[in-house]
Design a protein around this ligand. Structure first.
Ligand code: B12
Ligand code: SF4
Ligand code: SF4
Length: 393
């Protein structure tokens, strides 16, 4: 494909709603660092990452004959007025997997029309495919990998979702930000280490590498079981995802509110209070979160996360009116009888945090007598000790 046809293609893909359209040669060298990351267990129980590791390292195994990776970016910065708690900013939209996909389908048609390709000559992915989107984005010059692990754009800061199309056509590649060093972590971070210091759970074993076992984003979105007790106090008011290491980054000074052509805003969710989340019924959950990323955790996961947040926000001795504290305690004591042991266990933890040892013991006596699940019983026993200090508010 000639450079002028490439620019026509770029223009057409921009017009579909992609904010960034860049091209990398599929022959670009990947980074075997993924294998080390997996070998160290940093992927927690995301075994699908390990199962697809070899595909992720070699696009030829995903689409034999692939010659180009088209990297697409969608800016999702909601503006400074919309915060990142209880929900990470990306989740304040309808599920981006669903809304970006039609853009990718349309992009495929453009490739067929301009590149003379057939439907078997390309494969597109957003997030869920065996493609290391951040690595390809760095290779295509979309930005650089920050010490927070994120792909940072000089145009949009940290707030960009990525998608990739593998194509069996040679499109002239765009230059990375630094030809010799495109994959290097922290290429434009200098001495800054704000993200590493800001992480509430100390989840960075090294700059650019996240240990999912300690990451709030992993636990609140991907983990289906109990959250390690020693981490919970650091979750603060976060209920789904975590933006902390992104939000502190000085490169966000370039962020601009997204045009949202391929996103459907649900900024209204940012106003949901923790009490309302604790009170979610299956019907209310479906009504509020239908079509959003929060369907991933199911109601059980969201209630678990809301219990943790409640235990932090209304921790005994912290701010909050007596009325509010009474309402929260009542909801938590109701959840202590929930059908899911995951919810029950985290509700017990939160009751200890909110009421303290003496009042907690009195409030929990009856339900403890009825409890049979060993993991939940462990929460009863563990909470009888002193209330741990929180690192994050
Ligand atoms: C697993 C996963 C997670 C895990 C692990 C995160 C991590 N840092 O690895 C958890 C659940 C914790 C997570 C959290 C988040 N995630 Co996530 N996640 C993914 C997923 C599915 C795979 C990432 C992965 O493979 N990780 C393993 C590490 C080792 O790989 P890596 O980060 O890609 O880095 C390696 C490569 O870049 C490679 N490399 C370097 N140079 C080159 C060059 C080439 C050519 C190649 C091929 C490779 C390569 O070397 C690096 C080190 O080994 C991607 C989607 C995808 N398909 O890529 C989204 C993705 C990375 N997540 C995303 C987002 C938005 C988030 C959150 C911000 C969500 C939130 N607010 O809660 C947080 C941020 C946490 C953080 N600081 O990273 C976006 C990031 C967008 C961006 N601008 O960077 C992605 C790309 C999804 C998307 N389609 O937009 N995530
Ligand atoms: S997403 Fe949150 S918990 Fe995870 S590495 Fe970043 S700051 Fe730490
Ligand atoms: S906060 Fe600082 S160290 Fe972290 S990614 Fe941004 S510039 Fe790099």
């Amino acid at each position: 494909m000639s450079e002028s046809l490439r620019e026509t293609l770029r223009g057409r893909l921009h017009a579909l709603g992609f904010d960034v359209v860049r091209f990398a040669s599929a022959a670009a060298a990947g980074d075997p660092g993924l294998r080390d990351w997996l070998a160290a267990g940093h992927h927690a129980d995301m075994d699908w990452l390990a199962r697809t590791a070899e595909l992720r390292l070699d696009p030829q195994q995903v689409l034999p004959g692939a010659r180009t990776v088209i990297v697409l970016g969608v800016n999702y910065w909601p503006g400074a007025a919309i915060g990142g708690e209880p929900f990470a900013r990306y989740a304040l939209h309808s599920d981006y997997h669903d809304t970006i996909k039609p853009g990718l389908v349309a992009a495929g048609r453009v490739l067929e029309e301009l590149g003379g390709l057939g439907a078997m000559d390309y494969r597109y992915y957003v997030d869920a495919g065996p493609v290391q989107e951040r690595g390809w984005a760095a290779a295509a010059g979309v930005g650089f990998r920050g010490k927070n692990g994120n792909l940072i754009s000089r145009e949009f800061g940290n707030w960009m979702l990525l998608a990739a199309i593998l194509v069996r056509a040679q499109v002239p590649a765009d230059a990375p930000l630094a030809a010799q060093d495109s994959g290097r972590t922290g290429l434009h971070c200098g001495k800054c280490r704000r993200c590493l210091d800001a992480c509430p759970t100390a989840a960075f074993p090294a700059p650019g590498l996240v240990d999912a076992r300690r990451c709030i984003s992993y636990h609140t979105i991907e983990n289906r079981g109990f959250v390690p007790r020693e981490l919970r106090a650091a979750f603060g008011a976060r209920v789904f995802g975590c933006d902390e290491c992104l939000a502190v980054c000085p490169w966000n000074r370039f962020a601009q509110a997204g045009r949202s052509a391929l996103l459907a805003r649900r900024h209204d969710l940012a106003a949901l209070g923790l009490l309302e989340l604790l009170r979610l019924t299956p019907e209310r959950y479906r009504e509020l979160f239908k079509g959003t990323a929060m369907k991933r955790t199911k109601l059980t996961g969201l209630l678990r996360n809301a219990c943790i947040a409640a235990g932090n926000v209304w921790q005994s001795g912290a701010a909050g009116s007596a009325q509010e504290r009474a309402e929260v305690s009542a909801e938590l004591l109701r959840l202590v009888r929930h059908e899911s042991p995951i919810v029950r266990g985290h509700a017990v933890w939160a009751v200890w945090r909110v009421l303290g040892a003496a009042a907690g013991a009195a409030a929990l006596t009856a339900t403890r007598a009825d409890e049979v699940d060993p993991a939940v019983l462990d929460e009863y026993d563990a909470g009888a000790g002193p209330v741990p200090e929180s690192r994050a508010g």
